[in-house]
Design a protein around this ligand. Structure first.
Ligand code: C2E
Ligand code: MG
Ligand code: MG
Ligand code: MG
Length: 300
């Protein structure tokens, strides 16, 4: 369905949604309009980053944040990436957008570091097109050095389909980034039909269990065999593991019992604007309060 895009545009001021089933060749009007709006958005700086905490349950602290892009559309309000990232990828505008994302994420991280949050990790999502760029390494390295960020505090999240393309240049780019100390994480792990062979060739620091497996964890259901398997893979390859989409106390407890430590999800916090997530980051008792609220025994 690569040529069919569903653009769900929120009608201004109303709660109903208009669906545009825009076939790329036939009705390219909406696509063109959205593309122009996207170009405008880059010029007018209409994007913002929201940040979702990643928690270490055992460490009882926020170890990092994932930067997630939002588009403050002048008419349609705040749009999530599903509304515009695929178009940005198809039109190549994603590169300019990613430049902005990386710079903004580094700027923000530097600010938080200056406020004493010296151990905080920042994750940014990266489309395959971006990794294909000839100067991606240069750009990333210049961003972190401009803001004086030790490279291992920056992590890029890429999806498995990038690995599947099996392009040698991509492997080289990732190796180079990794060589500079930048962390590489595989997002939505387990959702792609893939050979695990790439885990041997790629310089990977961590994998993220996709939320679709986590939402299967419900009271009364057996624990997901896929989650078991992925935990085994992470252990075997000595990779860090983050579970995303943790929404309930039950899921958190099950995952903790299974040996998962790093978690991200609505149960802890939704993605928040910088100022709001900053309150959580600076409030050292945030997780303590949280544990008390849910009667989670605190680690010594
Ligand atoms: P992702 O990287 O897998 O990010 C996780 C998505 O799951 C985010 O959606 C997040 O808001 C959502 N999420 C987090 N916790 C929960 C939970 O407990 N339950 C549920 N149901 N959802 C949860 P979001 O922000 O809409 O982003 C969607 C996707 O857009 C991201 O998936 C990522 O692939 C892409 N994306 C976001 N920002 C960027 C960016 O700056 N550049 C690129 N290339 N892609 C981006
Ligand atoms: Mg991600
Ligand atoms: Mg994901
Ligand atoms: Mg995703």
């Amino acid at each position: 369905h690569a040529d069919i895009a569903m653009y769900k545009v929120k009608a201004s001021g109303k709660n109903n949604f208009m669906f545009f089933n825009a076939h790329m060749n036939e009705c390219y009007h909406e696509r063109l309009a959205l593309e122009n709006e996207l170009r405008q958005a880059i010029k007018e700086a209409e994007f913002e980053l929201h940040y979702q905490p990643q928690i270490s349950v055992i460490g009882n602290r926020i170890i990092g944040v994932e930067a997630l892009i939002r588009w403050r559309h002048p008419v349609h309000g705040l749009l999530t990436p599903e509304h515009f990232i695929s178009l940005a990828e198809e039109t190549g505008l994603i590169c300019e957008i990613t430049d902005w994302v990386v710079t903004e994420a580094c700027r923000q991280l530097a600010l938080w570091r200056s406020m004493g949050l010296q151990d905080l990790r920042m994750s940014v999502n990266m489309s395959p097109q971006e990794v294909d760029r000839s100067d991606v390494v240069e750009r990333m390295v210049s961003s972190i050095s401009r803001y004086n960020i030790p490279p291992h505090f920056l992590e890029i999240e890429i999806t498995e389909n990038l690995m599947l393309r099996d392009v040698p240049q991509v492997i080289d780019k990732l190796k180079e980034l990794h060589g500079h100390g930048i962390r590489i994480s595989i997002d939505d792990f387990g959702t792609c039909y893939s050979s695990l062979n790439y885990l041997r060739q790629f310089p990977i620091n961590s994998i993220k269990i996709d939320k679709s497996f986590v939402c299967d964890l419900r009271e009364g259901s057996n624990t997901s065999p896929i989650i078991h398997a992925i935990i085994g893979i992470a252990k075997g390859f000595r990779l860090d593991l983050v579970v995303e989409g943790v929404e309930t106390l039950y899921q958190m407890k099950i995952l903790h019992d299974l040996g998962c430590d790093e978690m991200q999800g609505y149960f802890f916090s939704k993605p928040l604007p910088a100022a709001d997530v900053e309150c959580l980051l600076l409030n050292s008792s945030f997780l303590n309060d949280f544990c008390q609220q849910y009667h989670i025994p605190l680690q010594p």
